[in-house]
Design a protein around this ligand. Structure first.
Ligand code: FEC
Length: 298
């Protein structure tokens, strides 16, 4: 039996959990009260919590069905329950000796995916387990993932006819550029591959959801991009958040509430493609990534 550790970001289940979740994201440091209040407001605006955990659990079920009986899929979250450590414990208890670790984000950065792998190492050290993990670092060019995003883009374009397609992904502190991190290059590769599949629409790339820290973050930010497009007289923009694969706060608030309102105030109608969530194309891409990881090519 080969284990699969499917990892996602994690989400607070209630408004009371927002503060400790934020503290966890900050590595144990307490954020300022106004930052916590602001984050609570964002969760309140999307109904108090996001469906990320349910979607991740559903993706794990679908992946298990796609992979078949030779594999057993476990789920663990980076920043909230059920934590990666809980999943590693379950894997050890189930007698798993060999496993593939796969994060539910297509593009590698030491600051994002590296953190998922570090959580596995910490869990193994704490639990005294020695599961041999094959780590899938990125899967940003998996054909089934590209095909699914392209299909969602075509569907969202029908009857809307966007003038510009804006691919987005989570921003990260600019210092990753000095560390030869592949994140930005991988994002560009995904965007170019998608533009080719879609037959070359006018497209741009923008970062989103930069954190409220003292760091300089990668840009341009989606809000700046919207302003620049408004100045060019553009009126219909379609966002394709290629760095995310599920409905969660960065999609449901940062794009659907904040960016959409920012666009509306500048005369732009901003729509976005539907998230992949449990799309069979995504599940096929994850299964392909697991098989490649299992063969030591992750
Ligand atoms: O739906 C939910 O409840 C969770 C949505 C969620 C996802 C997500 C994905 C990524 N993040 C990445 C990097 C950072 C960095 C910081 C940071 C901070 C936050 C905060 C919330 C949050 N992130 Fe997140 N992220 C999600 C949610 N993220 C909430 C705290 C408030 C805020 O800054 O907005 C900055 C840490 C700091 O403050 O010190 C860096 C990256 C991804 C995409 C890859 C992945 O999914 O793992 C990169 C989903």
């Amino acid at each position: 039996m080969i284990g699969v550790l499917l990892m996602a970001y994690g989400t607070p289940r209630t408004l009371e959990e927002v503060e400790p979740f934020y503290v966890n994201i900050r590595g144990g440091r307490q954020p300022a009260p106004e930052l916590i209040a602001n984050l609570r407001r964002r969760y309140e605006a999307v109904g108090g919590h996001t469906p990320l955990l349910e979607i991740t659990t559903g993706q794990a079920e679908d992946l298990a069905a796609a992979l078949g009986g030779q594999y057993r899929v476990f789920t663990g979250m980076k920043h909230w329950h059920p934590f990666i450590e809980e999943a590693v414990r379950q894997m050890a208890e189930a007698g798993i000796a060999r496993a593939v670790a796969l994060a539910l984000a297509p593009h590698y950065s030491a600051l994002s995916i590296g953190g998922y792998f570090a959580a596995i190492d910490e869990a193994q050290a704490k639990l005294g387990s020695a599961i041999a993990f094959e780590r899938v670092k990125s899967w940003h060019l998996q054909p089934a993932y590209l095909a699914a995003v392209a299909e969602h883009t075509r569907q969202a374009s029908q009857g809307f006819e966007p003038e510009v397609l804006v691919f987005t992904a989570h921003s990260l502190p600019r210092r990753i550029l000095e560390q030869h991190d592949p994140y930005v290059d991988q994002l560009q590769e995904t965007c170019r591959a998608l533009a080719e599949r879609l037959g070359g629409p006018r497209w741009q790339f923008a970062f989103q959801s930069a954190g409220a820290t003292g760091d300089a973050w990668l840009g341009p930010d989606i809000l700046q991009t919207i302003e620049a497009l408004a100045n060019d007289g553009v009126q219909r923009v379609l966002a394709a958040p290629v760095g995310f694969i599920a409905d969660h706060l960065e999609i449901l608030y940062d794009l659907d509430v904040q960016a959409r309102q920012h666009a509306r105030e500048r005369g732009i109608e901003l729509r976005r493609i539907a998230s992949l969530n449990r799309d069979p194309g995504l599940i096929a891409a994850l299964a392909d990534a697991v098989h490649q990881g299992d063969q030591g090519r992750g």
